[in-house]
Design a protein around this ligand. Structure first.
Ligand code: PGA
Length: 251
């Protein structure tokens, strides 16, 4: 059966000492109880090595927030999947809406990134989600279906089985405006059906689909109670250990 997962996305926040302190705090909190879900933190590239050194990855998984669409070479400023793997991280967020919107990531580059991540034993946390205008026009299901098809459905069933999906309605990210639990469930069930249509019911049932967008301790339990919501990708609330752990405890 699929796993429940709570993953933090620190984005471009914290210096290295601040990030190490936060990771230590989260790790310490997790030592005190048995979480009913997998817990992951995705941190800036600069933080991967020092954070890896202070956490117990049996309890707290580590991921990057992106990787390059090339394996190596003359790509100044980029960080490749093998580099991320060499830090000790085992996850990578790909296709976050901020990457799509501000850095022009396309389905084509994302397919490359997914393939390179998998080749480096990194489990992609692949983000999809519509903008407000698309929801208002009623095209949100079509938009999300297309993002999954274009970004992932070239994969074999075996490789697809390694991917974690994150539905993040762009209008809910960092806005304090959460999708209702019913809105999230409706889209998650739709996404699972898309996966079933392509890979069959068993693969679909085993796929973890996380919700992201202003998820916090006060609304996590209601979202996670929905049958197709398998956890959360947490931005702002992952920057305070107490809030992040509060969300973990919603399971
Ligand atoms: P948020 O971000 O929780 O701050 O809305 C979620 C995300 O972008 O992953």
């Amino acid at each position: 059966m699929r796993k429940n997962i709570v993953a933090g996305n620190w984005k471009m926040n914290t210096t290295v000492p601040e990030g190490v302190a936060l990771a230590k705090e989260v790790n310490q909190c997790l030592e005190g109880f048995k979480a009913n879900c997998e817990v992951i933190i995705c941190v800036p590239f600069t933080h991967l090595v020092p954070v890896c050194a202070v956490i117990d990855q049996q309890k707290l998984g580590l991921g990057a927030e992106n990787c390059a669409d090339h394996k190596s070479g003359a790509y100044t400023g980029e960080v490749s999947a093998p580099m991320v793997e060499s830090t000790g991280a085992t996850y990578v967020i790909l296709g976050h809406s901020e990457r799509r919107q501000y850095y022009g990531e396309t389905a084509e580059t994302l397919r490359e990134k997914v393939a390179l991540a998998l080749a480096s034993n990194l489990q992609p946390i692949f983000c999809i989600g519509e903008v407000l205008e698309e929801r208002e026009k009623g095209t949100h299901f079509d938009v999300v279906r297309k993002q999954i098809i274009d970004g992932l459905f070239n994969l074999s069933a075996e490789d697809f089985g390694k991917v974690i999906l994150a539905y993040e309605p762009v209008w809910a990210i960092g806005t304090g405006k959460t999708a209702t639990a019913d809105q999230a469930e409706e889209m998650h069930a739709f996404i699972r059906q898309c996966v079933a249509d392509r890979y069959g019911k068993e693969v679909a049932e085993n796929t973890s689909i996380l919700y992201g967008g202003s998820c916090k301790p006060s609304n996590a339990a209601e979202l996670f109670a929905k049958p197709d919501v398998d956890g959360g990708l947490i931005g702002g609330a992952s920057l305070k250990a107490a809030d992040f752990i509060g969300i973990v405890k919603a399971f």
